[in-house]
Design a protein around this ligand. Structure first.
Ligand SMILES: NC(=O)c1ccc[n+]([C@@H]2O[C@H](COP(=O)([O-])OP(=O)(O)OC[C@H]3O[C@@H](n4cnc5c(N)ncnc54)[C@H](OP(=O)(O)O)[C@@H]3O)[C@@H](O)[C@H]2O)c1
Length: 349
């Protein structure tokens, strides 16, 4: 028997909002209520999301508590700051899923340092696979009415490295992460670095030198997985693709650990995970193999000469990195099978 879940999507004209609409459309119980945004209010959705033909005639309305009232679920896909403001005006019985950063961090100090302004508080974190001191984050989600969806880079780095941290086979005090990122990660904004003439045929680093806002969230997650002391060097690089993140994460091999123990750590961590796949030895993740799918593809190797474990993780930033995580967490929160409506079938090449 199907239940009916009435979902409002705020930020419906943006990249994440569009992907939430696409991914949630495959859920058998979801029906869409209000589609809200800001400057595009009054427009037909088809003007902003031409790939969503089934919703093309729907009219986008302004993001207000009144327009978002009367739904079982409200998904916020808004710039950070905007989501906390509207979330504070939504009733406690509504399941609110925030794809922005406002409610992810536990530390108000880290929020002030990386984002600035007042910390809006901490919501249950929407990464079911996150290893926690007592099990997994999915254990904390049933029945919750508030979910903070993780950052996309955070998902790639956390899912990549956490098995080694939890098993004690890597030293988390010297983690280096370098990422190749598709441009949709920056949202639908106009800016010179995002012009085709700058982007095509070029790779551009950004937020170099420890300033990226996802750093404290990754540290928070690796601490959850068991790290006592995390030091992270994190460098993203825009590369000419619309979607996808390829994260290469390295950390020193812990003393006395052999190659078999490293592989076993990743195998054990993800043997039962429906959406996180350790590839067969020697096969490396590609972003293309994750596009449109709620999958994280992972490979791990030991660089004996460097004395480091090297992990490569690929995700689609808009699916496993956002909209898929939102739906997966919604399922757990509502007591539905976690995989309902979610696909591991990608689009390639
Ligand atoms: N892009 C990613 O890969 C990704 C991944 C994970 C998380 N996120 C997070 O998801 C959120 C949305 O990102 P995005 O990439 O979808 O950005 P985007 O493409 O720029 O879309 C932003 C959306 O927010 C709406 N909006 C802007 N200001 C608003 C306001 N003051 N009140 C109400 N609505 C407002 C916009 O509406 P109008 O167009 O009508 O003005 C648009 O629908 C951000 O917090 C981002 O950090 C993004």
């Amino acid at each position: 028997m199907h239940m009916s879940i009435r979902v409002a999507v705020s930020g419906a004209s943006g990249y994440v909002g569009g992907e939430v609409l696409r991914v949630f459309s495959a859920h058998p119980d979801v029906e869409f209520g209000a589609l809200t945004a800001h400057s595009s209010a009054g427009d037909a959705l088809g003007a902003h999301q031409p790939h969503l033909r089934h919703l093309a005639e729907r009219v986008v309305v302004e993001t207000t508590p009144e327009n978002l009232a009367g739904h079982d679920v409200v998904v916020l896909a808004l710039p950070h700051g905007a989501s906390a403001e509207i979330a504070a005006q939504l009733p406690p019985e509504t399941l609110v899923i925030d794809c922005g950063a406002d409610h992810r961090l536990e530390s108000a100090q880290a929020w002030a340092e990386y984002y600035g302004g007042d910390h809006a508080g901490t919501w249950p974190y929407g990464m079911p696979e996150l290893i926690t001191p007592t099990g997994h984050q999915r254990d904390a989600l049933p029945g919750t009415k508030r979910i903070a969806v993780p950052g996309c880079n955070v998902t790639a780095v956390t899912l990549g490295l956490q098995p080694g941290v939890a098993a004690g086979v890597v030293d988390p005090s010297d983690v280096v992460a370098v990422l190749a990122n598709g441009y949709s990660g920056a949202g639908k904004k106009l800016a010179v670095p995002y012009l085709a003439s700058e982007a095509l045929g070029s790779a551009q680093p950004y937020a170099v030198g420890g300033s990226h806002r996802h750093i404290p969230e990754i540290v928070q997650n690796l601490t959850s997985a068991g790290a006592a002391d995390v030091r992270l060097s994190f460098t993203p690089t825009l590369v000419p693709m619309a979607r996808g993140i390829l994260a290469t994460v390295t950390a020193p091999l812990a003393t006395g650990v052999n190659v078999e123990a490293v592989r076993a750590a990743w195998e054990d961590a993800y043997a039962d995970e429906p959406f996180v796949h350790l590839l067969p030895e020697g096969q490396w993740p590609t972003t293309a193999a994750t596009l449109g799918a709620n999958t994280a593809l992972i490979q791990v190797a030991v660089d004996g000469k460097a004395g480091r474990v090297v992990v490569v993780a690929a995700i689609d930033n808009l699916v496993k990195g956002t909209a898929g995580a939102a739906l997966q967490s919604m399922n757990v929160a509502l007591g539905l099978p976690e995989t309902t409506g979610l696909t591991t079938i990608g689009v390639a090449p």
